[in-house]
Design a protein around this ligand. Structure first.
Ligand code: SF4
Length: 197
């Protein structure tokens, strides 16, 4: 899509914040520009920085398994993935508020071009800076709403799949169970939306 390519080209050499210093390349987004579902994550990681694609490492494998899981069943061709910031922070730290603010106009334009019908916000930073919420992510998981081009769009807040890759075995198991419960809700909403179309 021309509009999307133009936005990507505009940010390819961006230096609006200091994160340009730690990137190999911008990690713009991946998926069909006509996707009905947008996954909004926090920042590119090491693998993503090398490939230019979000969720290209082990977290991407887990995400693929989640999308294909029974009761979720969201086809990958109907999903577009983007991050709050386009550049990998040094040592994979979280992006700072100033960096997220610097990339926010791009984020809003990016969303307006894709015009998703359902957004899944993955992790703490989308919770704070996209949904404007405070508190513990685990307790804040669930449905919200945002406006895209004047249309109300449902947003589900859940964990970033990467957060279920590390930690103690019991912790990983618990996180995966909670994530699966969340994704079944998202899958049900997706199916209802697809049936109406
Ligand atoms: S994170 Fe966004 S605002 Fe900062 S340099 Fe990268 S593209 Fe520009």
């Amino acid at each position: 899509m021309e509009e999307l390519s133009r936005l990507e080209a505009e940010y390819r050499h961006c230096q609006r914040c200091d994160l340009w210093r730690s990137r190999t390349r911008i990690v713009f987004g991946v998926g069909s520009p006509r996707a009905r579902v947008v996954l909004l994550a926090e920042r590119p990681g090491r693998h993503d920085d090398l490939t230019g694609r979000p969720f290209s490492g082990p977290s991407g494998d887990l995400l693929d398994r989640i999308l294909a899981a029974p009761g979720v069943d969201i086809p990958r061709h109907d999903v577009y993935i983007m991050n709050m910031v386009l550049c990998r922070p040094p040592q994979d730290r979280s992006p700072r508020a100033t960096e997220i603010t610097a990339c926010q106009d791009r984020l809003h334009r990016h969303m307006a071009i894709i015009q998703p019908q359902l957004i899944v916000a993955l992790g703490r930073l989308p919770m704070i800076y996209f949904l404007g919420l405070r508190g513990k992510l685990e307790q804040r998981r669930g449905w919200y709403e945002t406006l895209i081009r004047g249309q109300r769009v449902p947003v589900f807040l859940t964990f970033n799949p990467a957060s279920a890759l590390y930690g103690q075995a019991w912790e990983i198991k618990r996180k995966k169970r909670l994530m699966y419960e969340d994704w079944k809700q998202i899958g049900a909403r997706y199916r209802a939306m697809a049936e109406r179309a």
